[in-house]
Design a protein around this ligand. Structure first.
Ligand SMILES: [Zn+2]
Length: 151
């Protein structure tokens, strides 16, 4: 049994920014470093479905004994977990299509992370420049939250 609900970004540990020079594309969302949220961005409509890192069954599965603790073998395993997590999510509550292509988290190596797209789908490429990001209060921004229930 699974559940989808809307919560305020600030309750869920989700940060939003406007990026200087790219304001016309809307907001870009990230998981708070101290929070428990990770997100999956819909390929079709750019909505982000957020869920709990701590209670997700795939992210918290026991690592098989044949997987090393670090190095390329571990990285392949970690990447496959993210792919399985994206596949495990229900269809997007906004557009009803089930396809997520960006995983948003605060705990993987930055070089493994695709930068989330803006609300309008604009894809920002990090080119070693650091544009000014302006934090936006998420107290009144509703986001979609997925509660995974373990049977
Ligand atoms: Zn969608």
């Amino acid at each position: 049994m699974n559940k989808l609900m809307q919560v305020y970004g600030s309750e869920a540990g989700i940060l939003a920014y406007r990026i200087e020079g790219h304001e016309e594309h809307g907001l870009v969302f990230f998981a708070d470093r101290d929070g428990d949220a990770c997100g999956a961005q819909c390929t079709n409509c750019n909505n982000i479905l957020w869920t709990s890192v701590r209670s997700n069954s795939i992210l918290n599965e026991k690592k098989p004994d044949n997987i090393p603790d670090y190095g390329p073998g571990y990285r392949d395993y970690a990447f496959s977990k993210i792919e399985r997590l994206l596949d495990s999510l229900p269809e997007c509550p906004v557009c009803q299509i089930k396809h997520y292509d960006v995983f948003i988290t605060n705990f993987i190596y930055p070089r493994d992370m695709l930068y989330p797209r803006f609300e309008d789908g604009y894809s920002y490429h990090t080119d070693n420049s650091y544009p000014k990001s302006i934090p936006v209060d998420t107290n009144d921004i509703l986001v979609w939250w997925y509660i995974e229930r373990l049977d």
